[in-house]
Design a protein around this ligand. Structure first.
Ligand code: GDP
Ligand code: MG
Length: 452
């Protein structure tokens, strides 16, 4: 998986320096492979990785992340941007009914989606009507009726007048889908349904006839939403199909179906990037309840196949205040003295990291930090904080002046013993020594204040 490959990349990267071009290229190569594995269309992969590379080259140094992690985070942010930059909910008509038309290839999951959407809307207090305007496929009308019954919503099916062949048992129902769609919307208006969902026919592949029919239905009913349903397993064909529907029918939103399968979801990225239309819903199974609002962040992790790592990167970044770290580093590098106030800031960061020590173990390159956190007592931070807060600013800047009587005063102020003050000053002296060594070029000192 990408996580494994990136772990290997992490190992080759030292420290937490600035992102080098070589680091970025190595990481971007892995990302490119992951995207191709996830069936993202080739031109989309090319554009995408170029954008990521550019952004990574200009990226700020982060205090919490190593270079590879930083690139991964940029990739994730970009993915979420493309997938979710335009996330929105259904556009409801000012004057009901809101007309929703479904479009897509045969087998994409339109009819199933019609039922799912109807159920979800019904549960929100709407009164949807389903319209069976797929007269192409044998039993399509029956299938929609079954779905409608399960969802507990009414269905508008073609009248005999709409069809040239009335023998539905033969499945040879060929008629006027445009008329059915128009009548269905009229029916919704009369019967005061506030939403009408029009199911349409698809074909196995993109063809003129299909597009013409869909376009005709669209002109006849002027829908508020045209949802393009696409099978997430479609892979590299996603771009061609999406483009054909975008041109032939034009759609306002995308529904990604069959996300319960093995598909890594590359189709989502391709469609979102190529058409610029928002992905609004995800269909995740054959049951009517297997339906959800689309989550760009989940899809980004799925495409990259590295869910946990991304969550960890995000939390590490939140926990570790990059500004503080940089200030500290600058201070140390400049040979300035490390004070008790700095010590307290570091302990507070340790405390934030402490709450995620279990997860840190899962994160590449973080094992060392985890071991130090293992021995870290979070309550100790509060005790140290109380002690440092009962010191005067002069004492914090220059602990050497803290004599016996000052120690007693500080202990009293913090409600602790003089021994506790002594212990803190000893540990501080050790940390200060370590920071000075690091300033001389000793490298990464580990987390100061650790080992308590
Ligand atoms: P349509 O031709 O676009 O109307 O597609 P259908 O709604 O008839 O779906 C085609 C097939 O895919 C049916 O067997 C559905 O049960 C199945 N299907 C639809 N959506 C999903 C989904 O999200 N997950 C899975 N596993 N199957 C689905
Ligand atoms: Mg259908």
């Amino acid at each position: 998986s990408l996580s494994d490959r990136l772990t290997a990349t992490f190992k080759n990267l030292r420290g937490r320096g600035r992102l080098s071009e070589a680091d970025i290229d190595a990481t971007v190569r892995e990302i490119r492979r992951a995207l191709l594995d996830a069936d993202v269309a080739v031109p989309v992969v090319r554009q995408f990785t170029a954008a990521v590379r550019e952004r990574a080259l200009g990226a700020e140094v982060s205090g919490a992340l190593n270079p590879a992690q930083q690139v991964v985070k940029i990739v994730n942010d970009e993915l979420v941007g493309i997938l979710g930059g335009q996330t929105r909910s259904l556009q409801l008509a000012k004057t009901p009914p809101t007309v929703i038309m479904l479009a897509g290839l045969q087998g994409a999951g339109k009819t199933t989606l019609a039922g799912k959407l109807a159920l979800a809307l019904k549960e929100q207090g709407h009164t949807p009507l389903l319209v069976a305007a797929d007269l192409q496929r044998p039993n399509a009308v029956t299938q929609l009726s079954v779905v409608a019954e399960r969802a507990g919503v009414p269905v508008f099916a073609p009248h005999p007048g709409n069809t040239s062949d009335h023998d539905m048992a033969d499945g040879a129902l060929v008629g006027d889908p445009v008329g059915v769609a128009r009548d269905g919307v009229a029916e919704a208006r009369t019967k005061q349904h506030d939403i009408v969902i029009v199911d349409t026919a698809g074909r196995l592949g993109v063809d003129e006839l299909l597009m013409q029919q869909a376009a005709d239905i669209r002109s006849a009913i002027t829908p508020d939403e045209v949802l393009f349903v696409i099978d997430a397993m479609i892979g590299q064909d996603a771009v061609t199909t999406a483009n054909a529907f975008a041109e032939g029918v034009d759609f306002t939103g995308v529904v990604l179906s069959k996300l319960d399968g093995d598909a890594r979801g590359g189709a989502a990225l391709s469609v979102a990037k190529v058409t610029g239309r928002p992905i609004m819903f995800a269909s995740t199974g054959e049951k009517l309840t297997d339906f959800e609002v689309f989550h760009p962040d989940r899809m980004a992790s799925r495409i990259l196949d590295m869910g946990d790592v991304l969550t960890l990167i995000e939390q590490a970044e939140k926990a570790f205040d990059a500004d503080e770290a940089e200030k500290m580093a600058a201070k140390v590098a400049g040979g300035e003295d490390f004070t008790l106030s700095d010590f307290l800031v570091q302990m507070q960061q340790m405390k934030k990291l402490g709450s995620m020590k279990k997860m840190l173990g899962m994160m590449p390159g973080m094992a060392q930090m985890r071991d130090q956190l293992e021995n870290f007592d979070e309550r100790e931070v509060d005790r140290v904080q109380a002690l440092i807060q009962s010191m005067t600013p002069a004492e914090r800047d220059n602990p050497k002046i803290i004599n016996g009587s000052r120690r007693a005063r500080i202990a009293r102020g913090a409600g602790q013993t003089t021994a506790a003050v002594n212990g803190l000053l000893d540990r501080f002296a050790q940390a200060q020594k370590m920071m000075r060594q690091m300033a001389k070029g000793g490298g990464m000192p580990g987390m100061p204040g650790g080992g308590m």
